[in-house]
Ligand binder design. Structure first.
Ligand code: HC1
Length: 567
């Protein structure tokens, strides 16, 4: 341990950590725009400069390691002046129109520039803008890029490369003309982007945001000739209250349903119902593949970012993907067929809206393999905008329950929202379907938590089922290498986003570093609180098979609920 002093506080800190980390441990705030805990240190914005006694030049706190005896000042006059000057330069290379267009910017409530301007006491920006005029990149179904709002903090570049193992972003030009772009400026829709939206979560400004479908949903709700229904993904219920100033990890299922009803949806259903259905179809596929000695390992197919990733980088493994559509798309197919028939609605008059924590779901709904079963996809963030626009007091609204037919789900479906959840849900069902015995311990702790690759072996009547759980696409590269080198698995769960959908690119932007862990705890709590915890015990799933689909893997189930991905 090293003894240092920060702002007069005597501290004992570990060797090798940065001044920024040491200050953080002592609850001393140092502003920064380019630093992000899980990314490599870039040291580009320089806002974290501090004064170290005996050194003439100020030091970037993120890129300077602590040394024994250091005496550091984080907000001396010299530091404050330089920070303000640096900030003005950053603002000048940011589209200055943000002074005019702030009201309409996607990040007007969560802009890090605005926060830092206040934190460091900026009263006036004295410099004229140095650049602007880059066109908006609208080439993607999921993500919009507005280069004039980019401050070249490099976080999206590092996130995409280091965490997701892809690297679609690069910088072009030099000096004040530096701009973040894609290969040959081709646009995000034309490069190997998986639409995961992790870059949006890292962007400190409004330079990256989802493709909005809010207006289309308002129009559908206002059209009296349309019957508009909505489904909500597992991870939305533990994050939707955050934009209403609730702390992270609140369970808001009842408020979510009530707000959607107040917005005017004709029925409020749950993607979780379709998650239970996915388990029935995917579980059956796994059992068949093992029994018939077909292609293994089976890969889960519900994360559309992962699907795009395997299409781009490992097309030779496409036949390993489960043919089961994702719960979002299964819901759409069941709604446009079974629900429409039961409710006596012409499918052409039925509008299916999804609320997803995910930007890639917008792309998934537009894939030609999916038909037009899901009409519009809103992110959790977009839905919070609709609720605010409707003047709903979200935190105090009286809770409501999902509509029954496609709204009842098991706890196994809830945990789909976390990495490891799909596998745990599948094992709860597969074990009981194969053995016809009750699974005594239904919590598979070994599959939970945020380790990048988790492996387990489950004994099912003498058969050792080897499974793995992977999240974050850089980890997907790693396990694909392990599989290439001959490591044996029967079933692998992949989620594109680190942490799973809880941390999807469409979730509220949070400054709480533990936000994913808090959301995860909440989602496992929902599962624990439920009586119904296994997909195959869901009475409405049984009813769907009895009344309509016949049995898992039936001809009709295949026509509606399965697909094929061809490169
Ligand atoms: Fe997900 Fe899924 S869990 S992919 O992460 O399988 O988005 O929440 O909706 O479809 O159910 C996302 C979450 C979600 C699907 C389910």
């Amino acid at each position: 341990m090293l003894n240092i002093e920060i702002d007069g506080l005597k501290l004992s800190v570990e060797e090798g950590i940065s001044i920024l980390e040491a200050a953080k441990k002592a609850n001393i705030y140092i502003p920064t725009l380019c630093y992000e805990k899980e990314l490599s240190v870039y040291g580009g914005c320089r806002l974290c400069v501090v004064e170290v006694e005996g050194e003439e030049l100020l030091k970037p706190a993120c890129a300077t390691s602590v040394e024994g005896g250091m005496k550091i000042k984080t907000h001396s006059r010299k530091v404050r002046k330089l920070r303000q000057n640096l900030f003005e330069l950053i603002i000048a290379t940011h589209n200055i129109d943000c002074q005019l267009n702030c009201l309409t910017c996607s990040r007007n409530r969560s802009c890090e520039l605005k926060k830092i301007a206040e934190d460091i006491g900026i009263e006036k920006v004295r410099l004229d803008p140095i650049r602007g005029g880059h066109s908006v990149d609208n080439s993607s179904y999921s993500i919009v890029r507005e280069p004039d709002k980019c401050i070249s903090c490099n976080r999206c570049i590092r996130k995409c490369e280091e965490i997701q193992g892809i690297g679609i972003f690069t910088t072009a030009n030099r000096g004040p003309d530096t701009v973040v772009t894609t290969f040959k400026d081709m646009g995000m829709g034309n490069v190997e982007c998986t639409n995961c939206g992790q870059c949006i979560l890292s962007c400190p400004t409004g330079a990256l945001h989802e493709v909005y479908q809010k207006e289309k949903v308002w129009q559908a709700l206002e059209n009296e000739n349309k019957h508009v229904i909505v489904q909500t993904a597992p991870a939305v219920r533990v994050a939707i209250s955050e934009p209403f100033s609730a702390k992270a990890g609140e369970i808001s299922t009842g408020q979510l349903v009530a707000a959607l009803k107040r917005l005017g949806f004709d029925a409020v259903f749950d993607t979780n119902f379709a998650a239970d259905l996915t388990i029935m179809e995917e579980g059956t596929e796994l059992i068949n593949r093992i029994n018939n000695k077909e292609t293994l390992p089976l890969f889960t197919s519900c994360s559309p970012g992962w699907i795009k990733f395997i299409e781009h980088f490992y097309p030779q493994y496409l036949s390993n993907l489960s043919s089961a559509k994702s719960p979002q798309q299964m819901f759409g197919a069941v709604a446009k067929n079974y629900y429409a028939e039961k409710a006596g609605i012409d499918p052409d008059d039925l509008v299916v809206v999804s609320v997803m924590p995910c930007t890639a779901k917008k792309f998934e709904a537009k894939r030609k393999e999916m038909g037009s079963d899901v009409d519009y996809v809103l992110t959790t963030r977009e839905l919070s905008g609709l609720i605010k626009a409707a003047g709903i007091d979200f935190l105090n609204i009286e809770e409501k329950e999902y509509d029954k037919l496609l709204g009842v789900s098991s706890g196994a479906a809830d945990i789909f929202g976390s990495t490891g959840g799909v596998m745990e849900a599948a094992l709860r069902t597969a074990y009981e379907l194969i053995t016809e015995k009750e699974l005594e311990k239904i919590d598979f702790e070994v599959l939970r938590g945020d380790q990048g690759i988790k492996k387990a072996s489950v004994n099912i009547e003498g058969f050792e089922l080897k499974v793995a759980v992977v999240h974050g696409l850089n980890n997907a590269h790693k396990i694909m290498k392990m599989i290439d080198e001959g490591e044996e698995f029967h079933f692998v769960e992949f989620m594109a986003c680190p942490g799973g959908c809880l941390n999807g690119g469409g979730q509220p932007i949070s400054y709480d570093e533990d936000v994913v862990e808090k959301r995860r705890k909440a989602i496992y709590q929902i599962d624990k609180n439920k009586k119904l915890r296994k997909s195959h015990e869901n009475p409405y799933i049984k009813k769907l098979y009895e009344e309509y689909l016949d049995k898992p893997g039936s001809e009709l189930a295949h026509r509606l609920l399965h697909t094929e991905y061809i490169k």
